[in-house]
Design a protein around this ligand. Structure first.
Ligand code: NAP
Length: 271
């Protein structure tokens, strides 16, 4: 090959690597059927990753997303159920063996699935069943995914764990106490794990969105409650799922190895 041709091939290879930094990597995203998780999954796919799309009940949405991405499978799995969580990891190990990603555990796990009590009760009026449900999905579910990730994400470089928590841990709004408590607990789990994973070159971080225009955000809110979120933000708007996905995407790349054990708030500056 002529010198100029070799240089052209090298340049094209470098360009492809820069635009597809997650090529050959397998990512699990929980809560990928809708909202922020859907945007994260699409973004990781655009960076070259193969995707396991976890969801609870939105089968049509998850299947449509899987069909629209080059390498993706949708897996129905309640994150509060141990067997369900294990099935997400089994799918990561078996679904993409012909895609260059090889067999073995996932490289990336994004713990995103969550629920919110959309009656916005005070602590005094929070029903025990409502508290238990938020804890079951947001805390027990995150714990089960994080524990599985700590054992099964690949070692030796490129291993990434990201939990989606919330900026309410900083702003402590009335009406969100149980939800906020679960997110604070997940931040403690993840920051501890970052230290426990010493020697694996796996990073563990949280991304904490502020008010983001999804089904969860609008559920149970009056126009006045929505407006208050807009006017109190320095950017004078709600966040969009597309504001959050690139932050998670960056944390999943090799370039982010030095960011470890951190909580990155992505909220337009409201807290
Ligand atoms: P969303 O639009 O309501 O979507 C929630 C996703 O989680 C859906 O894909 C849902 O699956 C899945 N899910 C719910 N319960 C599940 C379970 N038990 N097992 C497995 N999957 C389950 O919510 P979102 O606003 O995108 O929220 C995503 C994450 O961001 C959550 O952790 C949330 O706490 C956090 N967050 C959101 C905001 C906001 O303002 N929107 C702000 C800060 C943090 P199905 O579609 O199958 O139900």
């Amino acid at each position: 090959m002529a010198h100029a041709d070799v240089a052209a091939v090298a340049s094209a290879t470098a360009t492809a690597a820069a635009s597809q930094p997650l090529a050959g990597r397998v990512a699990i995203v929980t809560g990928a059927s809708r909202g922020i998780g859907r945007a994260i999954a699409s973004h990781l796919s655009s960076l070259g990753a193969s995707l396991v799309l976890g969801y609870a009940s939105s089968t049509a949405d998850a299947a449509a997303l899987a069909a629209s991405l080059p390498r993706a499978v949708a897996v129905r799995a309640d994150v509060s159920d141990e067997a369900g969580v294990r099935s997400l990891f089994a799918a990561a190990e078996t679904s993409f063996s012909n895609s260059g990603a090889g067999g073995g555990g996932p490289h990336i796990v994004v713990v995103n699935a969550g629920v919110l009590d959309d009656t916005y009760p005070t602590v005094a009026t929070t029903k025990t069943e409502a508290f238990d449900r938020v804890v079951a999905v947001n805390l027990r579910g995150a714990f089960l995914c994080l524990r599985e990730a700590a054992n099964r994400v690949r070692r030796g470089g490129g291993g990434r764990i990201v939990a989606v928590t919330s900026s309410v841990v900083g702003s402590l709004p009335a009406g969100y106490a149980a939800y906020t408590a679960t997110k604070a607990a997940v931040e403690a789990l993840v920051r501890t794990m970052a230290k426990e994973l010493k020697g694996t070159r796996i990073t563990a971080n949280c991304v904490a969105p502020g008010a983001t225009a999804t089904d969860m955000f609008f559920a149970g809110k009056s126009e006045e409650m929505v407006r208050r979120n807009v006017v109190s933000n320095p950017m004078e708007r709600l966040g969009e799922p597309g504001d959050i996905a690139p932050v998670v995407g960056f944390l999943c790349t090799d370039a982010a190895e030095w960011v470890n054990g951190q909580v990155i708030r992505a909220n337009g500056g409201y807290v």
